[in-house]
Ligand binder design. Sequence first.
Ligand SMILES: Nc1ncnc2c1ncn2[C@@H]1O[C@H](COP(=O)(O)OP(=O)(O)O)[C@@H](O)[C@H]1O
Ligand SMILES: Nc1ccn([C@H]2C[C@H](O)[C@@H](COP(=O)(O)OP(=O)(O)O)O2)c(=O)n1
Length: 223
Amino acid sequence: MRAAPPHGTLYTGRVIVTIDGVAASGKSSVASGVARALGVPYVSSGLLYRAATLLALEAGAPLEGARALLTHLRAHPLRLEALPGGNRLWAGERELTDELHSTRVDQGVSAVAALPEVRAWVDAQLRALPEPFVAEGRDMGTNVFPHADAKFYLTASPRVRAERRAQERPEDVPAIEAALIERDRRDRVQSAPAPDARVIDTGPLSLEGVIGTILAALPARSA
Ligand SMILES: Nc1ncnc2c1ncn2[C@@H]1O[C@H](COP(=O)(O)OP(=O)(O)O)[C@@H](O)[C@H]1O
Ligand SMILES: Nc1ccn([C@H]2C[C@H](O)[C@@H](COP(=O)(O)OP(=O)(O)O)O2)c(=O)n1
């Protein structure tokens, strides 16, 4: 059996961990905790899809049409700032971070994320980030960083996820649950676990429990 790395080990080199999973399964909270323990940043790929969606909504561009959106993104490049305490998203000098988890972005983001041209644009942004980092999203372990040292995929029932999200959104649990089921359906194509990912049901676990499970499963490597 391989030993887990000590918490606080400073990793250098490549991407080390990918954490994918369904909506509200705990990806960003878990990725943040794992990254802090390892002394590396984490990268929230969903923020780029959310930012593209917000810009399209603001511009009145059709969410199903890539051309106008990509022209806009090239003219107004987005910047993902992977800080240890959390990710921030900028469009030029304007910070979008606080506007990215609204219900209207939740509702529109799957349509934007389904566009192959937008996916290619996001992938290029992610691959240009300086490694190492913990990456979270839907296709980090399958498509964007298939060479990652360790891959995880988080799940939980729609009800559990809705109850968690209800702490952060104005809607009630049944409405959030219905919206999550619909988003799961729309995101299914890019949300399959990598064959070499460890699947973790976060339902019965605390946040600390999930983070500890991942840290204990990481391959040992030299600092
Ligand atoms: N294992 C867990 N136990 C309890 N609450 C959790 C757990 N994982 C995540 N949460 C909470 O659920 C909510 C959604 O988590 P988040 O990390 O935003 O998920 P995702 O990035 O997958 O959308 C947050 O309020 C978070 O604190
Ligand atoms: N790597 C990724 C990350 C997110 N997406 C899409 C799918 C999701 O509906 C949206 C938003 O992702 P995000 O991780 O921010 O959403 P949740 O916090 O899981 O609700 O973007 C994707 O297609 N691929």
